[in-house]
Design a protein around this ligand. Structure first.
Ligand code: FES
Length: 110
């Protein structure tokens, strides 16, 4: 039986109203964990796991646009995914499309 929260890139992952500023939404697209955030009204999609040791970011602390992985406290700026600490790290960003009805789609490049 498939995971009911798992979506394909052709299916909307949620509605834009589901992603509030200051909140994190996790969806599964084609088997890839995706973190959705609302940054000043723009919905952005990032990898849902930490680039350090692949810890899920579901428990990460979100303070404004700063996301802190609780495992070893790596920090990321969610306006662009760049690492704050360490600066050499980065969250991979995925393209987001929103249709006229507010349905949110995330593209996972092959
Ligand atoms: S796994 Fe996230 S900081 Fe180490």
């Amino acid at each position: 039986m498939s995971n009911p929260t798992e979506k394909t890139a052709d299916q909307p992952v949620c509605h834009r109203d589901d992603v509030w500023e200051g909140d994190k939404v996790f969806v599964d697209v084609d088997g890839v964990s995706i973190l959705l955030v609302n940054v000043n009204g723009t919905i952005l999609a990032y990898q849902g796991w930490c680039p350090h040791q692949a810890q899920s970011l579901e428990d990460a602390d979100l303070d404004g646009c700063r996301l802190t992985c609780t495992a070893h406290l790596w920090e990321f700026d969610l306006t662009d995914g760049k690492g704050i600490n360490p600066k050499t790290s980065r969250l991979r960003q995925f393209p987001v499309q929103i249709d006229e009805d507010g349905n949110v789609y995330v593209r996972i490049p092959k």
